[in-house]
Design a protein around this ligand. Structure first.
Ligand code: GCU
Length: 591
């Protein structure tokens, strides 16, 4: 038994993938896409790993046989969830194997990495018959070095994906969105020099409008390597030298004519980071964000956040969003609504969405799915959540649009929860201590003695901005008329209403005062009433209706009004704007 344990531990050592190893800006690297049709096998009883089907054996003699083959069977698109590809997989929770072959250009002095944008929820990666890595977490990237494992031709890559919900996972056993499984984002084979520019963090100094802080990390602890930072439009060209950890950092000060990024003017600069044998470039924006008392400041002026949420889903396709055209569809609808911010609910969304949102001028709130019931007392769960949030921060820390790192949604007060979330906040700050930390709570209640809305969760002092989900007129009926709905919540801190709204089936009208009507008219009444209440929240600094589009959820059973859809969208699953959309548009236009 002991020998087996040692072997398993050793294998885990081989397979572990660390967030800190993630290369920055994968799209700026030299890569070969592995997207396309992959062979697939549905493995409902998890027999594949045990039977080593990743070796893809073929009968040799007359007595050989195998009860599987990757060729000539089911094929699935990568990237995409599996649920939306064939009817049999609509509700599927379990294991699906993906496999494909690829050639690799092997060059002296170069390294090769497999990079996955996301796989939901857990996976094991096999190359040419050997397990080479595994990952848990459905919404963040990971990479595995394969330099010494690939052949020039005909490599066999197998990915074992499982999306079964478990108590110790993040999210856990029940969540209000579809559990789309699969290789849901881009896959690529990345080529880098032996010593490559693994990571860099280039952003405007948190407190200065004319200073850019730069930190560059090589893949090796190589000292005295020349690094060059260029921002041609600002006439910046700086030479740095790495220290014994392979790190080079500097602050570029007294920059003239730097145009700071903002929703109204989303200015991005071409930034080039180069060393003797590597070069990476991308568009980076520069802005200041801060909290001052109850105000949120962007570039030295207070800002009101005109936000909206959306899930990473294209309703018309009934599937995960994963491409730039998908991002364009979702973000164009948010732009039409007059928003200056997006809450990317409830998990890190794909990099196309984040980068395009920045180009279009949206501030972003990004979070990992610490959604309601999480196993806060489980140390392994805490470690996994820490890795997940580090992967998110590592990937997007150069996106100036990123304003908030979100650490929780609707968690209940407890000591284990507080310790768990403090760990997540520290994980963020270990990588990036410039953004604002936020979390959404559903703890506001009406105090009948004081006749005001209150909230009691001391944990909010750990946050820069407090967010509240409150469904007045939907889950909660009005204790007073909206014009008398006064709030005394998180005084001294900025407050955002991060979710409010109610359901309506597009085209269903009338009954403007009947909640169960699921009518557009009732939803419109509800929005009117909530916008009236918002006038009586003295530290309100932003609103974010739930949600831009109707979205799929196994929570939503009503046979005619829902049919497996959460209908709180301002826009229907077919892309039609409901009456409440126009109310919200007018509110944002007048803000
Ligand atoms: C919660 C939760 C959302 C959910 C919404 C709803 O506030 O944060 O994820 O979809 O309520 O009930 O529609």
């Amino acid at each position: 038994m002991k020998k087996t344990t040692t072997l398993l531990l050793f294998l885990c050592a081989i397979c572990s993938i660390s967030a800190q190893d993630l290369m920055t800006n994968v799209y700026g690297r030299n890569f070969q896409s592995l997207n396309g049709k992959w062979d697939a096998i549905i493995d409902l009883y998890d027999q594949g790993h045990k039977n080593q089907i990743y070796q893809n054996k073929k009968p040799q003699g007359k007595t050989d046989f195998f009860e599987y083959s990757f060729e000539n069977g089911l094929r699935l698109n990568v990237p995409s969830d599996w649920n939306s590809q064939i009817p049999e997989l609509k509700y599927y929770e379990g294991t699906v194997w993906y496999a494909r072959r690829f050639d690799a250009k092997k060059e002296a002095g170069k390294r090769l990495f497999l990079y996955f944008g996301a796989v939901n929820y857990r996976c094991r990666i096999y190359l040419n018959g050997t397990e080479i890595g595994k990952h848990e977490g459905g919404f963040t990237p990971f990479q595995i070095e394969v330099t010494d494992k690939v052949k020039e031709a005909d490599n066999f890559l197998a990915v074992e994906v499982n999306n079964t919900r478990t108590v110790d996972a993040i999210p856990a056993m029940a969540f209000d969105w579809w559990n789309y499984g699969g290789i849901t984002r881009d896959v690529m084979l990345v080529t880098t020099p032996n010593t490559y520019i693994k990571d860099y963090f280039i952003q405007l100094d948190k407190d200065k409008a004319n200073q850019i802080d730069v930190r560059v990390q090589l893949s090796e602890n190589t000292a005295n390597t020349n690094i060059q930072i260029e921002i041609p439009e600002l006439k910046i060209s700086q030479k740095l030298t790495t220290n014994s950890e392979g790190v080079a950092q500097t602050s570029i000060q007294n920059i003239k004519k730097l145009e700071r990024w903002s929703p109204a003017s989303p200015k991005l600069y071409n930034v080039i980071v180069s060393s003797d044998n590597d070069r990476v470039e991308e568009q980076i924006g520069f802005r200041n964000i801060a909290v001052k008392g109850e105000d949120i400041y962007l570039n030295d002026a207070p800002i009101f956040l005109k936000s909206i949420s959306f899930h990473e889903e294209i309703p018309q396709r009934m599937g995960r969003a994963f491409s730039e055209p998908d991002a364009m569809m979702l973000l164009s609808e948010a732009k039409a609504l007059g928003c200056n911010m997006i809450r990317l609910a409830h998990y890190p969304q794909n990099e196309y969405t984040v980068r395009l949102a920045e180009k279009m001028g949206f501030l972003l709130w990004e979070e990992i799915p610490i959604w309601q019931g999480i196993d806060f007392e489980n140390e392994q769960t805490k470690t996994k959540a820490g890795n997940m949030i580090k992967e998110m921060v590592m990937r997007d820390k150069n996106r100036c649009a990123l304003t908030f790192w979100g650490v929780a949604n609707e968690t209940q007060p407890s000591a284990p929860r507080n310790e768990f979330l403090k760990h997540l906040i520290q994980c963020c700050k270990d990588i990036d201590n410039t953004r604002l930390i936020i979390a959404a709570f559903d703890l506001v209640r009406f105090d009948r003695n004081r006749q005001v809305f209150v909230m009691n969760d001391p944990f909010i002092k750990e946050l820069d901005v407090v967010a509240v989900n409150k469904y007045m007129g939907w889950y909660h009926q009005w204790p007073v008329t909206p014009d008398k709905a006064i709030w005394d919540v998180a005084k001294g801190q900025p407050l955002i209403i991060s979710e409010f709204g109610g359901e309506a089936l597009y085209g269903q009208t009338g009954n403007a005062d009947v909640v169960s009507s699921w009518s557009e008219d009732y939803q419109a009444t509800l929005f009117h009433d909530n916008l009236e209440m918002f006038k009586h929240i003295p530290n309100l600094r932003g609103t974010s209706p739930w949600i831009l589009f109707d979205f799929r959820s196994p929570f939503r059973f009503h046979p005619t009004n829902q049919e497996g859809w959460n209908r709180k969208g301002l826009v229907s699953d077919q892309g039609f704007r409901k009456k409440a959309w126009y109310i919200m548009k007018e509110y944002y236009n007048n803000k």
